[in-house]
Design a protein around this ligand. Structure first.
Ligand code: BGC
Length: 721
């Protein structure tokens, strides 16, 4: 067989400088319109000629297999070496069949499920010609004010690591040559979630220690799983834009992590280096980006425009351009584009697999397993034989419960909560009343009260609309709109059998609701099958098992709030109450802890943890420790429990989190059943990043907590000797 590797090297030798810079440029599909006689609109702003556009190496955002095939044909005809384009898109949580937002998936703690979701997204989007998805988003998210927490898997570094791995495995499969796979581009490198005040695109002020100890794990998980591309982030860290940080893109990514894939900037992030005020113009920005290690420039043209001048002035090197171009060509080779530039794009396949039964079933399973039961005074589950149900609230019959990133979805395909309940309870009378709009306006309580009074049960659907999440959608107020709260007050006061279904893309500050609602089921933005999943959970066909991947605050003012905080020298006596105390680390108006902690989540059954034990109390660096606990289903329904293991390093060179998740596992338990859950600990699990920035474990004592959530106090002491 011909060595393709040799072909790429040969191709590289034959390419002109302009062609190479073209490969390093990514443009929107609008730039490749067949009959573009003269360039207008965004293309004109970029200052590119049509010939330059046709030198581009990749395309972002296009709508279908048909468009992709048409663009590929035109571009290959015009590119001097007929090099195929690479097509990329944000396939974040599904393509046409939409599964729950990534933050919800985090709450499933189920890697296999997450991989299956991503494989399905890859199958559907690869049929449209997508070759690279800008996912997973592995940014550690500790501040619910940030609009993009919906796209992350939450506040915990270890969970992020595992979730990023699972997503990459799902997208890329075992070989990119396999049908229905695509490249995973992990983003946003680095620490995009750490923006000050939860504000999007804001500066991040974290130490090198915190960066390496907490923020890097998600990206590392994706790279360990073989992600072939990484995207730089918009933010500056310590005043230096990530897109121009050699320390991140070369020292850490290439030299420490041995990443041999391709680096892409975020959308227009290279000219924005100048907007950050560290380059005087686009040309200098391009120089800084290339020298830092950026390879593909997304949706701007400074490489194409200034690459040659920068080379002539010796500000960048030919070797840098060649290496970057080689990485792009190599990825095209890995995708099989030199043999088949259209890959799996086919209008027939789109029709066959989009929204097929198998995919809808996965989306429903994911929506069930990622929903978190926040409160239940015994109202749930509701009997299927209920005669009269009032379905109230702005989200009760709302199709826009998909999430802010479902860019290729058609909301018409959404099963609303109303659709799902109606289908499930064919014999019940369902009285639907909207009550108010999602922003709380147009409040009309009378009909809602009437329906609530006349029904045995009320399902009240409240929360946050998807337009309040996503890029540029930071919020200072995480509380529900007044109109929604008033609707809840009125309805609950006349029917105590009220269940709230909470929709949203971030943890919300819902203490007012928690005070009055008999039951609350958080379904996030559950996707295409949201309504069917809701019915299955509410009527007890499925038992809620999701657990919070991000803490819910009492109040917006507590943000950022996360369980793995460091100890304070002045802790309050209780973090759960508001006691009057002098000079301690507490709030005087809300409890210090969040309302619902990381890992929290109820079930229709109950679990008991007993007999936590270790096979040895002291162990050396070459040994492992076995930690076991017996978990019993003490309730009246079969269920699935996520068992979590946290550590606390008692004395270290750097203050260590009060608890840090190091392992978890899911266990299915029938009513009355007990199973022993076993974890193995070694020195790596106990290691941390030291002052010298190296990671290793210190000798000494560690508390090992095993329990239901980060509030557990079920612990044993071990010692590394
Ligand atoms: C976002 C990225 C996204 C890119 C392309 C940017 O604005 O920050 O997450 O992948 O656009 O759509």
């Amino acid at each position: 067989m011909r060595s393709l590797y040799m072909d790429i090297r040969q191709l590289l030798r034959e390419m002109s400088l302009e062609e190479k810079l073209g490969q390093l440029t990514q443009l929107n599909s609008n730039f490749f319109k067949e009959n573009t006689a003269e360039i207008t609109g965004p293309a004109a702003d970029l200052g590119l000629t049509i010939d330059e556009c046709c030198l581009a190496g990749s395309v972002l955002n296009f709508d279908s297999a048909e468009t992709m095939i048409a663009i590929q044909k035109i571009a290959m005809e015009r590119q001097p070496h007929h090099i195929p384009l690479m097509f990329m898109m944000d396939v974040i949580h599904g393509h046409r069949t939409v599964y729950p937002i990534p933050l919800a998936l985090g709450c499933s703690f189920d890697m296999d499920l997450v991989s299956r979701c991503c494989s399905m997204a890859a199958r559907e989007s690869a049929a449209s010609g997508v070759m690279v998805t800008f996912s997973p988003m592995a940014d550690l998210s500790r501040d619910a004010r940030w609009g993009r927490v919906n796209e992350s898997t939450g506040e915990d570094p270890y969970l992020n690591y595992e979730m990023a791995k699972a997503q990459v495995k799902g997208y890329q499969g075992s070989s990119l040559m396999d049908q229905g796979t695509m490249v995973a581009c992990v983003k946003h490198f680095a620490a995009y979630g750490g923006g000050e005040a939860g504000l999007d695109y804001n500066n991040v002020e974290i130490s090198e220690h915190a960066l390496r100890e907490f923020y890097m794990d998600g990206y590392k998980g994706a790279i360990d799983a073989g992600a072939r591309m990484i995207m730089t982030s918009y933010n500056a860290i310590g005043g230096i834009p990530a897109t121009s940080q050699k320390h991140l893109l070369t020292d850490i990514l290439r030299n420490e992590w041995d990443f041999d894939g391709t680096v892409i900037s975020d959308y227009y992030a290279i000219p924005e280096i100048a907007s950050h005020g560290v380059a005087k113009d686009d040309k200098e920005a391009a120089m800084l980006a290339i020298n830092a290690g950026n390879e593909i420039e997304m949706m701007s043209s400074s490489f194409l425009k200034y690459g040659k001048e920068l080379l002539n002035e010796n500000k960048i090197t030919m070797d840098q351009i060649d290496k970057a171009t080689y990485h792009v060509l190599k990825l095209k080779e890995e995708l099989g584009l030199f043999e088949n530039p259209f890959r799996f794009a086919s209008t027939d396949s789109e029709k066959k697999i989009w929204l097929c039964d198998e995919h809808r079933a996965i989306a429903k399973e994911a929506a069930i397993k990622s929903s978190v039961l926040l409160k239940n005074d015994g109202v749930l589950p509701i009997s299927k034989n209920t005669n009269k149900i009032a379905l109230i609230g702005p989200f009760a019959n709302e199709k826009e419960i998909l999430g802010s990133w479902a860019i290729r979805a058609n909301t018409e395909d959404t099963i609303t909560i109303y659709d799902g309940i109606k289908k499930y309870c064919t014999n019940s009378q369902i009285d639907y009343v909207k009550g108010c709009d999602w922003d709380g306006s147009n409040l009309a309580c009378d009909s809602a009260i009437k329906a609530a009074k006349a029904s045995e049960v009320v399902i009240l659907c409240l929360g946050e609309h998807q337009s309040l999440n996503g890029e540029g959608a930071s919020r200072a107020k995480l509380e529900l709109p007044q109109g929604q709260i008033e609707l809840a007050r009125q309805v609950i006061s006349c029917n105590k059998n009220t269940v709230v279904v909470l929709i949203g893309g971030r943890p919300q500050a819902i203490s007012d609701l928690v005070d009055i609602a008999p039951a609350i089921l958080c379904m996030w933005q559950p996707g295409t099958e949201g309504g069917n999943a809701c019915a299955s959970l509410i009527f007890g066909e499925s038992n809620p098992s999701g657990r919070l991947a991000m803490s819910f605050p009492y109040s917006s003012g507590q943000e950022p709030i996360y369980y793995s905080h460091l100890p304070t020298a002045r802790p309050p006596k209780s973090r759960k109450t508001i006691d009057y105390e002098y000079n301690v680390s507490r709030y005087i108006d809300v409890p210090t802890d969040p309302q619902f902690v990381f890992g929290y989540g109820l079930s229709y059954t109950s679990y008991e943890y007993t007999n936590l034990r270790v096979d040895k109390r002291h162990f050396t660096e070459d040994e492992t420790i076995k930690v076991c606990v017996d978990v019993t289903n003490t309730g009246h329904m079969d269920g699935e429990e996520t068992v979590m293991l946290f550590i606390h390093d008692m004395v270290a060179e750097i203050s260590r989190p009060v608890k840090l998740l190091k392992d978890f596992c899911k266990v299915n338990l029938k009513q009355g059943e007990t199973k022993t859950v076993e974890f193995i600990l070694d020195k790596n699990k106990l290691s941390y990043v030291h002052k010298n920035l190296n990671r290793y474990a210190d000798k000494g004592e560690f508390e090992i907590f095993v329990g239901h959530d980060s509030d557990t106090n079920n612990k044993v002491l071990i010692e590394l000797v």
